[in-house]
Design a protein around this ligand. Structure first.
Ligand code: FEO
Length: 169
């Protein structure tokens, strides 16, 4: 069993994960439009990972006798100013998601809901990894600057990214 408040907060988190999937798919579209297939692949995999996060939360809420309500999802931006803009927006968004997960953890602790607290530990670790990956790519992009050859090397590197099991990548 989870409290109504916890269920509502997890439901809102579920919606944020679905929004994240749409945001990254919009970035995938931005890169496909520019024939940067590696960057497009990176964001397509990221979008798929977000759906895995949403699925995990969907299943958990139902496992503890709650219910997820499917709500409208806000449309993400359709255009971006630059490659760096995409990654800066990604970092800001992931920092927002991290805060949201922390608020869930705080609520679980306040309620003595140790099952939800344990469930959320995976997401805390995942957020650390996600933020670190994006920060690393942002640093590389800033070093690359206007060097097109280096940009294409990074594009090729990002083409290798594949979806891991349950967003474990
Ligand atoms: Fe589901 Fe990127 O956090």
């Amino acid at each position: 069993m989870i409290s109504d408040k916890m269920q509502q907060m997890l439901n809102e988190q579920y919606n944020k994960e679905v929004y994240s999937a749409h945001l990254y798919l919009s970035m995938c579209s931005y890169f496909m439009d520019r024939d940067l297939d590696g960057f497009a692949n990176y964001f397509r995999v990221q979008s798929q990972e977000e759906l895995q996060h949403a699925d995990k939360q969907f299943d958990y809420v139902h496992d503890v006798d709650g219910k997820i309500t499917i709500l409208p999802v806000e449309a993400p931006p359709a255009e971006f100013e630059s490659i760096i803009d995409c990654f800066e927006q990604t970092l800001a968004h992931e920092q927002y998601v991290t805060k949201s997960i922390y608020a869930l953890v705080k609520q679980a602790l306040e309620e003595g809901d140790f099952a939800t607290h344990t469930f959320l530990q995976w997401f805390i670790t995942e957020q650390v990894e996600e933020e670190a990956t994006v920060k690393n790519l942002l640093s590389k992009l800033k070093m690359i600057g206007d060097n097109t050859s280096a940009l294409y090397l990074l594009n090729d590197e990002l083409l290798q990214r594949q979806l891991g099991a349950e967003g474990a990548e």
